[in-house]
Design a protein around this ligand. Sequence first.
Ligand code: PBG
Length: 342
Amino acid sequence: MTRPLSSQFPPLGAFPRTRLRRNRRDAWSRRLVAERQLSTADLIWPLFVHDGTDRRQQVPSMPKVERLSVDLLVGAAGEAKAAGIPLIAIFPAIDDRLKTPDGEEAVNVDNLVCRAVKAVKDAHPDLGVMCDVALDPFTTHGHDGLLREGYVVNDETVQVLCEQALVQAAAGCDVIAPSDMMDGRVKAIREALDANGYEAVRIMAYAAKYASAFYAPFRDAVGSASSLGQGDKKTYQMDPANSDEALREVAFDIAEGADMVMVKPGTPYLDVVRRVKDAFGVPTYAYQVSGEYSMIHAAAERGWIDGPRIMMEMLLGFKRAGADGVLTYFAREAARLLNGDK
Ligand code: PBG
């Protein structure tokens, strides 16, 4: 909550009676007055899956992040469960030969992401599993929707996204996360889920998703970078200049049935997280995206910053800004520190 200005600017003369450093003097009192805490329950771990068995492949632009075959993904999901991470997000890197202009593979009930969800839910039924709804891993052009004369069309795309959400729900996905930024998609997906008996499946809307240069390493990871080429997503993702508009996006998604909303990217948009949380008070998440992750690793590798400390400070920053949780590629590493593991 925003406090009145009067309490933020104490009257002159308060010092030396008041000394703000007193509470900072010892570790116990710093802990006692801490306003926010990061816990493993705040972490959502994005994972990349690809075809094959016992096959892992380093993502070149994301240190320590690998594409995993389904069997190895199940192992990683087990680690998440054991570490107390409530939810993982599965992203597919599919074979280029399965990509088409209209991304039909997205609605194949037996596609890679559906097989991955089934395997994870079979092995770990009480771990939450989330999937993106968007066509970019499946299209030859790398856009999130159907391209008609160079423009991603809205309403026709929404119909396909509903089908995509249904095949993922059928595979056992717990949280459907539309990341496509089409207008009206949350309403349509909610209706489709309910009409097919999936009223318990949650929707986490990528509500305020910006057209950002911070997604570049992710696009390498799922193999959509070369498809998109010099293209950008500015006709559907938000302009980084705007935050009033973010509130409108969030308001629509909540009204349309979103259970949780997300702001993305994370750190450069913490002001948006704060505004959303203050305005709506709904479960609000931030996505610390691939570019943020890789920048921290790059600087840490050069010895310019202390990687683990920066990681924890930035994750706590999300909590301070009002986020209820963070999608982060650091989830496993952060959980290790939080759990006191080596
Ligand atoms: C796909 C999607 C993207 C991300 C999550 N889902 C990329 C994009 O919109 O181009 C980015 C995640 C990241 O950078 O870590 N719609």
